[in-house]
Design a protein around this ligand. Structure first.
Ligand SMILES: [Zn+2]
Ligand SMILES: [Zn+2]
Length: 433
């Protein structure tokens, strides 16, 4: 590559990544919003400051659980020494921070027969936080009411929401949680390492006590002198410490074993996912100079979960496929693995096919059970559009009658019946199997 090509390449990458740094305010919002996530996953309201997309998925999940006559409880416990980290990007008038934190996720699913399923998993909880500069908000922008989720213009929300009557200002709406999901994290968290070590040491020390007494009895001399008594007492006190030290070594070996096993198991998966990130970014940046893989990934997981939880896929504007199998899935967690299959472009429509692996908990009459599923997903979008993940989930102004409707859930305008193709504005599922 010559100097000219190099500088051209640098200019291009400079354009592509309008990165900004993650602020402390983002981190504070993340910690506050994860509380809302917890209540949402348990069938409660997803709380204020969640986008329409988050609310849509939560209501579908809860409908699904009712249909399966199942009960789901999810607990999140922050891992010891876990810190919130991530990156941020600027997308038009919005800036989006992609933040991650380490948690232990504990899931409990109980089906109609009272059979229950429990599973603990170390996860990275990922959340997209969307902020806006108020000066850039236009009259025709629609936002979800923080109370009830009804979409309306900012002025309407300031005057009082049509759905619930609450008054909301821009500071009540932003920052907002654009989407969230869990990704499987390594098998051992720092708190697990501390716990394993403490248990092994304690076990060693406890075994050391009887061992010390046995040793003392075995070493008992015929004539007890003052010095001998001193030595005997000393040995009884020392063995628990020796036991704890042996326990510590044992713990180190166990932890190393798990870490090596985990690394061997996960590294091909991480390598494949990194390759997917590179290939899709390279392909899409030809059509969209602002393309962000982080945004694409969270949209992909949103769409996969939409397909899994929705029982009426053909009615969804976000689905243009033919297969419409309904899944009896009560819970679904992203494994973090996305494998690239192919990407091409025809008549301005970009098509990306990937294989996504999820950990799903099924609930059909019998005992709830977990299964690792790999879905082949094809997403299509007009290359030249920039969907802006932050704009209210699929909100669209009808070109015929001017009413607003949700494109993710409707193929046709519910007011006048005018038909739309969601691929003209945003990623749309065309194959899901
Ligand atoms: Zn409302
Ligand atoms: Zn219309």
């Amino acid at each position: 590559m010559n100097e000219f090509d190099k500088s051209l390449e640098n200019q291009k990458t400079g354009l592509k990544h309008k990165k900004k740094t993650v602020t402390d305010a983002d981190k504070k919002f993340y910690l506050r919003a994860t509380g809302g996530v917890r209540s949402a996953e348990n069938g409660g309201r997803s709380g204020r400051n969640a986008s329409g997309r988050v609310k849509l998925l939560d209501s579908l999940k809860n409908e699904k659980l009712k249909k399966l006559r199942a009960k789901k409880t999810v607990y999140y416990k922050k891992s010891l020494f876990s810190s919130v980290s991530g990156n941020a990007s600027q997308n038009g008038k919005y800036s989006i921070s992609f933040l991650k934190g380490d948690y232990k996720r504990q899931l409990e699913v109980e089906d109609a027969g009272g059979k229950s399923f429990k599973r603990k998993r170390n996860v990275k909880l990922r959340q997209d936080i969307v902020s806006v500069s108020p000066a850039k908000v236009k009259d025709r922008d629609r936002f979800a009411c923080p109370e009830c989720g009804e979409t309306a213009s900012l002025r309407q929300l300031e005057e009082g929401c049509k759905g619930c009557g609450e008054t909301s200002f821009i500071t009540d709406i932003f920052p907002m949680c654009g989407s969230y999901y869990c990704t499987e994290a390594s098998r051992l968290s720092v708190s697990d390492i501390v716990r394993v070590t403490a248990w092994c040491c304690a076990l060693g020390a406890v075994i050391g006590i009887p061992a010390g007494i046995i040793k003392m009895v075995a070493d008992m001399p015929q004539f007890i002198t003052k010095e001998k008594i001193y030595e005997m007492i000393k040995s009884v006190f020392i063995t628990p410490f020796e036991g704890a030290a042996i326990g510590f070594l044992g713990a180190v070996l166990i932890i190393l074993g798990i870490l090596i096993f985990d690394n061997v198991r996960r590294s091909p998966m991480i390598a494949k996912t990194d390759e997917t990130r590179k290939k899709i970014t390279l392909f899409m940046s030809k059509y969209d100079s602002d393309f962000s893989y982080d945004e694409f990934e969270s949209r992909l997981i949103f769409l996969v979960q939409l397909m899994l939880y929705s029982d009426n896929k053909p009615a969804l504007g976000a689905y243009r496929g033919t297969g419409a199998i309904n899944h009896s899935i009560a819970d679904s967690v992203y494994s973090g693995l996305t494998e690239f299959v192919k990407a091409d472009e025809k008549f301005g429509i970009c098509s990306v096919t990937v294989k996504v692996t999820m950990y799903d908990v099924y609930c059909f009459g019998g005992k709830p059970k977990e299964q690792k599923d790999t879905f082949t997903v094809t997403l299509e979008r007009r290359g030249s559009v920039q969907p802006g993940s932050s704009e209210e989930a699929g909100d669209k102004e009808c070109a015929k009658c001017g009413e607003h409707f949700d494109m993710t859930t409707n193929k046709k305008c519910p007011f006048c019946g005018h038909e739309y193709d969601m691929r003209d504005c945003d990623w749309t599922v065309t194959v899901f199997k």
